[in-house]
Structure formats: structure tokens, C-alpha cells
Design a protein around this ligand. Structure first.
Ligand code: HEC
Length: 171
């Protein structure tokens, strides 16, 4: 009988303590919620909006034809690339495209190293030399292909090479 009494005392104590904890949690939670902090009332528009906002899904699916209600993506302008030297100088063009024939004198090409082969050619004037270099030319010694068969070269690059050849051959 005495042991039962002890058990009931203990039981009542535990239940009492649990009840107090439950009450404490309840009060804590209601205190923490915005409603009881006086910010909103439950049926206020702000409260409804705050709840709707809080329960928004993280992503949305747009189907073809849907208008997308999202911020325009931020496009960053890329830094313009450093310009690369694309125009070749006269000597560069000569070495790349003309020396093959005009160095050793292949196929009747007047050698750049022999000024005597150039005097009559230079006497024609630069415009003729440019035209023959750009458009190609068949003379009594052989065939000079247009732009030395390097059609990727610009007219100015080829003219630069002609200037370089004339300059070299006149010295
Ligand atoms: C496949 C060989 C070949 C290549 C490559 C070549 N030439 Fe010629 N070139 C010739 C020949 C051959 C002649 C001489 C034609 C003739 O007078 O019978 C000639 C003549 C010339 C003449 C003199 C034209 C004239 O009116 O007397 C010039 C200027 C000239 N070449 C410029 C160039 C330049 C510039 C290049 C490079 C872009 C070049 N050549 C590449 C073969 C070549």
C-alpha cells in the first residue's frame, strides 16, 4: 500500500512537470509568432501575403507560350579582345608568299637579289607592278600568279611586298 502511494506521488509529479513544460512551449511559441507580436492579425492582408510568400514553391515551370514573369537575365559585356596584328608588313608578306619564287628565281621570277633584273620592271612604275602582282601576269620569262597564289592576302599587303621588293632591288 505504501509503495502504491509512492508511485502515485511520483506519477502526479511527472505529469505535473510535463504539463508545465507543455504550457511553457505553448506560451513560447505563441510569443514568437508574428501575430502575437502585434505585427499582424491573422486575417490581415499583410499576414495572408506573408504566408503566401513563405509557401511559394522554389521553382516554377514555364511552358512554351507562357509569358515568363522573371527578372531579365543580367548579361555581362565581355571585355573586347586585345587586337591581334592582322596586317602583315611588306617584308613579312614577301618572306611568306613571294620569296619561294623571287628568292631563288624559280620559273623565271626575277630574283630580288639581282637589281639588274628589276631596272626595266621598276621603270614601268609602281602602278603596273602592283597590278601585275595583284592580278597576275605572264611575261616573257614566265607566269606570275595573282598575289603569288596567296588569295588570303589583302591588296595592301601585296602592295607592301612589292614596295619591299622594289626597295631591295633598287639598292
Ligand atoms: C610561283 C612563283 C611566284 C610567286 C610565288 C610570286 N611570283 Fe612574282 N613573279 C613570278 C614570275 C615568274 C615573274 C616574272 C614574269 C615575267 O616577267 O615573265 C614575276 C614577276 C613579278 C613582278 C614584276 C612584274 C612586272 O610587271 O615586271 C612583281 C612586282 C612580282 N612578281 C611580285 C610578286 C609578289 C609581291 C609576290 C608575293 C605576294 C610574288 N611576286 C610571288 C613568279 C612568282
Amino acid at each position: 500500500m505504501k509503495r502504491d502511494q509512492k508511485f502515485y506521488d511520483m506519477y502526479a509529479l511527472v505529469v505535473g512537470v510535463l504539463a508545465i513544460i507543455a504550457l511553457a512551449i505553448y506560451i513560447g511559441v505563441t510569443k514568437l509568432s508574428d501575430i502575437n507580436q502585434g505585427v499582424y492579425t491573422v486575417d490581415s492582408a499583410e499576414y495572408q501575403a506573408a504566408v503566401t510568400d513563405r509557401i511559394q514553391p522554389l521553382g516554377q515551370v514555364y511552358l512554351t507560350g507562357d509569358s515568363i514573369n522573371a527578372e531579365a537575365p543580367q548579361v555581362m559585356e565581355a571585355e573586347p579582345a586585345e587586337p591581334v596584328a592582322t596586317v602583315l608588313s611588306g617584308p613579312q608578306v614577301y618572306n611568306e608568299a613571294c620569296n619561294i619564287c623571287h628568292g631563288p628565281g624559280i620559273g623565271g621570277a626575277p630574283q630580288i637579289s639581282d637589281p639588274s633584273l628589276w631596272t626595266t620592271r621598276i621603270a614601268q612604275g609602281n602602278d603596273t607592278l602592283y597590278q601585275h602582282a595583284l592580278e597576275g601576269y605572264t611575261g616573257e620569262f614566265g607566269y606570275m600568279p595573282p598575289k603569288g597564289a596567296r588569295m588570303d592576302l589583302s591588296d595592301d599587303e601585296v602592295k607592301g611586298a612589292v614596295d619591299y621588293m622594289v626597295e631591295t632591288a633598287s639598292n
